[in-house]
Design a protein around this ligand. Sequence first.
Ligand code: HEM
Length: 407
Amino acid sequence: MTGTVHETAGQEQVPQFPGVRAVRCPFDPPPGLRALQESGPLTKVRLWDGSTPWFVTRHAEQKALLSHPKVSADVTRPGYPIHTPAAGGGSLSFILMDDPEHARLRRMVQGAFTVRRVEGMRPAVQRIVDDLIDELLAGPKPVDLVEAFALPVPSLVICELLGVPYADHGFFQDNSKTIIKRSVTPEDRAVAFGRLYEYLDGLVGEKLADPADDLLSKVAARVRDGELTRQEAAQMGVLLLIAGHETTANMIALGTLALLQNPAQLALLRDSDDPKLVAGAVEELLRYLNITHSGRRRVALEDIEIAGQVIRAGEGIIMPNDIGNRDPGVFPDPDRLDVRRDARRHVAFGFGVHQCLGQPLARVELQVVYGTLYRRIPTLAAAVPIEEIPFKHDGQVYGVYELPVTW
Ligand code: HEM
């Protein structure tokens, strides 16, 4: 079976296949993907620009290709399947580079994201979450959970870790939102990227002159020692700032909505004081929701034989983790949210050398949030019907723009 992935700027990515009704549950992959997965592990699709990359729908082949040494993440290579005309502009540091450059840059910051280091931040994350819930409870209702809670939690945490003033959150949140919007024009994306780049470059300059105990100061020290250029440092800052707040914020809001739609699952989480259950629920919600729904994008550097097909050198590859994480061969009854299942093999953080650097931090944030919010506000409820909630079908990161809640 072949299909077309419609990715015209501003439109939702919905593969269309003959005979498949395009009815969409907001937490499920687009309807055509299941049929495609059943028909085989990989096929070709047509993108907005007429290109025909490979589309890999099964978990095993996704992992094999994500960890394949002859598969490149370099967005500037011919054949790379870009999301929109705007997606190629503005370097987002090592996430779009190959080794050895990727490894050189990643190594410079990975010490800040080890499990041990991040576990040390758990009490601070708990304090941030508790304070924000105190403010929620003291304020008016209904309230938008995205604005009042989901965005501030990871923004406060990443600001603290990097040494970025939280007072600037409106500025960096707005520009990040523009950069990851699928409908953005190349011009608007370049402007937003330029603003964030200048902002981070300015901060690196400040840390050079007046170092503090934060990650940007450590990055600035590498610039001073000649290990890193100022441009590389600022680009890395942009990547860490965007990746550090947008993703987790979407998981908090969308995860809450998914749980409100599945009250029995929410009750399990709310009524348990077992940290293992909470940690398992985080993995299951990551698997089930797949907020990085545009899929991992790559291009083959050499011919690669896989699952009876040959991906030729220079051909693009898309690995949509949303359907990879709903592979029934790995996760039985995959469309069911089940916080007690073992979901640890999910690919929501990617796989291979680009696997999410911030995953230990994201896990701690989500464990604290999911383990606290519903216990402290047991009557939490959506304040509008689900049909009125605006979903980010047009974003490279999926979620909700707003989530009005009450209690
Ligand atoms: C629930 C939250 C998160 C999700 C679902 C998520 C997802 C992902 C995914 C799928 C990738 C792989 C990209 C690829 O292979 O092309 C990635 C990479 C990355 N993530 Fe996350 N992420 C999250 C939170 C964070 C946080 C809190 C940070 C902190 C700064 C972060 C920093 C990064 C970085 C720097 C990379 C690039 C790694 C590399 O290329 O070596 N992420 N993330």
